[in-house]
Design a binder for this molecule. Structure first.
Ligand code: SF4
Length: 680
């Protein structure tokens, strides 16, 4: 059997306040003006405290007087204010007080006041007392007095517990009769509307309905009428013990609704009797019902503020009153109890259902933020996650309220052998899966997908650049490039974003061992395109080809007769070669080394010697230069006597070297005859 207690059961906010007040201050000398609520058992309990119910204030001279939630007329309040020995505790429901204010203000502005409700109901009597009992009271759309239609201005209010349906019918009748000005205030209390709407729904789907409430309670009567329309097996009782439980248990589903003056405990009593459950406290009973009604941790619910005190709020939900909402759980920077209105509805979240219902409003904001975050996370975002550690499967970290897991295969492109090295590092990751429930907040993420996407992007850009580059260059083009890095075999030069190679042999006309002898890192130079290999994405460029050869400048830099200094770089049979500058070697013929006869140049010179020499011939087109060391040395005095053999040897050696020299300078067209110089 399924038993459902209507959510809007138990005392309404207004009744609760009055009943609590009576129980809190109840003793001899405390009085209530009129029956506090329409519930016999509650009234009996209050009476046992010594509290007396009086029907008129005339009989009261001193003591404390509680004004019930229905409220009283202005006239009564004025009279009470004159009774100096009577302390008045006004428990008029805030919703009823609001009607008093509307009626009084409109009455002062000469409006005709129309109250839709039961003329004999204490609340209606009280309201009428705020317009000097001048109101027209309507309980039907039939026989509406003509005075309403002829009035210039009409103000319509409703008894708080009146039927919404009936109110609308009466209102329609007033409006279609062309009243000039009608100010309508739909003052039916929200708890009444909710109770009626819920009773309608519940009775539509239950096999039997139980309505609990006082015989004289108008809202209980309306609930009974509504339920009876939908469900023939509707039982209305003033107390739970008036029910035929045996019969009730024969139904598959039973709904329970209560009037506003019925304590929630009575609905629970029916529920527990039907369930055959025994509980020790009301809290246990509520927890049992919550469990049955599937109230879950994390569920959002709307509650109504019934009290604001220094500790926070008391709220009303599903007929349960006095649920504490601590100020720490309210969504405000600084708690001010005066900022909260009794009767206002606020949304809260269930933090716990056991041992008692715990609510939070602040957590709603936290949840809203988290829900927004979840939307973002599901929107292909990249997040930065600090890695806290690793487990067998991958890396673990935290992002906002989420635990993050990066599987090992999702860390990078390729295999990761050591996961521990990522601890403490921040990874850019993309969520692959977001799990968000009250119990689990987890993201499975990947860095690999980002890296792959970036690589694909880079590859595409590179291809595009390459295409553009190759279509922009041709052999022998002169291009400007920036030296990016050196290798032993040359320099890599960036030309229009593309890496080209300038081989070391193409850097200089002279031998260089390192590209840095010619080029500087980061500097830009002009190069000539030597080779284009589009298929293999290689381009060779040369630097030296744009530079003059050393011999091309030799005529500008040197002239016959100049004295130069250089190092002996190699020695041959017929002389020694001296490096005048990089790329220009001059020959010092053996006969030009010394004034004395030398059979072998090495007898006077060795590689590395630094010498001064005079240029005796330059032949640029043959890249040849003749030098003489001895021309810079004063000739010694000739010996008078010569041996017979020495001239022969000298003659032969001279002949040989002359021949070698001739072959080296065969095409010489020097301004100075070499032979002449040699003979000097
Ligand atoms: S039914 Fe509404 S108006 Fe009447 S006492 Fe209860 S809360 Fe106040």
């Amino acid at each position: 059997m399924k038993i459902t207690i209507a959510k809007n059961s138990g005392f309404c906010v207004g009744v609760k306040k009055a009943v609590d007040t009576a129980f809190n201050i109840g003793k001899e000398g405390v009085y209530i003006l009129g029956e506090l609520i329409h519930n016999e058992s509650v009234l009996e309990k209050i009476a046992t405290l010594g509290v007396k119910t009086i029907e008129s204030i005339d009989e009261l001279e001193s003591g404390t007087l509680i004004i019930r939630s229905h409220g009283v007329s202005k006239d009564i309040l004025d009279k009470l204010s004159e009774k100096k020995n009577v302390e008045v505790i006004n428990c008029t429901c805030p919703f009823v007080q609001k009607i008093h204010k509307i009626v009084y203000e409109h009455y002062l502005k000469d409006y005709l006041i129309v109250i839709v409700g039961k003329a004999e109901h204490p609340e209606v009597i009280g309201i009428n007392g705020w317009c000097n009992n001048s109101a027209i009271i309507l309980d039907s759309e039939e026989n509406i007095p003509d005075i309403i239609f002829s009035a210039e201005k009409v103000c319509v209010v409703a008894q708080t517990t009146y039927s919404v349906e009936k109110f609308n019918k009466i209102l329609k009748k007033i409006k279609i009769n062309n009243v000039k000005t009608v100010d309508v205030f739909k003052t039916i209390c929200y708890t009444t509307m909710e109770r009626q709407a819920e009773a309608y729904k519940l009775s539509s789907k239950c096999d039997a309905m139980v309505v609990i409430g006082g015989n004289s309670s108008s809202n209980t009567k309306k609930l009974y009428e509504i339920c009876k329309q939908n469900c023939k097996a509707t039982y209305c009782v003033t107390e739970p013990n008036g029910l035929d439980y045996k019969k009730l248990k024969s139904y598959n589903s039973v709904g329970i609704v209560c009037g506003a003056s019925t304590p929630y405990e009575q609905a629970m009593e029916v529920f527990l009797t039907m369930e055959e459950k025994e509980v020790n406290t009301m809290e246990q009973a509520v927890a049992l019902l919550d469990e049955k009604q599937n109230l879950k941790k994390g569920q959002k619910i709307s509650v109504v503020i019934s009290q604001a005190n220094d500790d926070g709020l008391k709220v009303y939900f599903d007929g349960k009153t006095d649920i504490t909402l601590l100020k720490e759980e309210l969504a405000c920077e600084e708690f001010d109890k005066n900022a909260y209105n009794i009767g206002d509805e606020i949304e809260v979240i269930v933090m716990a259902t056991k041992p008692h219902l715990t609510l939070s409003q602040k957590q709603i904001l936290v949840l809203q933020k988290e829900e927004e975050l979840v939307k973002e996370l599901n929107n292909d975002v990249i997040i930065n996650v600090q890695i806290k550690g690793s487990n067998k499967g991958g890396l673990v970290g935290k992002y906002e309220c989420f635990d993050v897991f990066v599987p090992a295969r999702e860390i990078k492109i390729g295999f990761v052998s050591d996961l521990t090295k990522y601890t403490g590092k921040t990874l850019r990751v993309k969520p692959l899966k977001v799990e968000y429930t009250p119990r689990k907040k987890e993201i499975v993420a990947s860095q690999r997908v980002i890296l792959e996407a970036e690589k694909a992007q880079r590859d595409a850009e590179r291809l595009e650049k390459e295409e553009a580059f190759f279509s922009s260059i041709a052999l022998n083009d002169v291009v400007t490039g920036t030296v990016a890095r050196f290798a032993s075999f040359g320099a890599f030069v960036v030309v229009n974003g593309f890496d080209c190679l300038a081989h070391i042999s193409d850097l200089s006309w002279v031998n260089v061992k390192n590209p840095s002898e010619v080029l500087e890192l980061g500097k830009s130079y002009d190069f000539v395109v030597l080779k284009i290999d589009k298929e293999n994405k290689k381009v060779s460029i040369g630097y030296k080809q744009l530079q003059p050869k050393p011999w091309e400048l030799v005529s500008e830099k040197y002239a016959v007769g100049d004295v130069v200094t250089g190092k002996v770089v190699r020695i041959v049979d017929f002389g020694a070669f001296v490096e005048v500058e990089k790329g220009i070697d001059g020959l010092v013929h053996v006969s030009q080394i010394s004034h004395e006869f030398l059979e072998n140049p090495a007898s006077k010179l060795k590689v590395g010697d630094e010498v001064n020499a005079k240029i005796i011939a330059i032949i640029p087109e043959k890249e040849k230069m003749n030098l003489s060391i001895k021309a810079l040395i004063e000739a010694p005095q000739k010996e008078v006597k010569e041996t017979e053999e020495k001239p022969k040897k000298e003659k032969k050696a001279k002949k040989d070297s002359d021949e070698e020299l001739h072959s080296w300078t065969e095409s010489a067209s020097s301004e100075v005859s070499i032979a002449d110089l040699l003979n000097k």
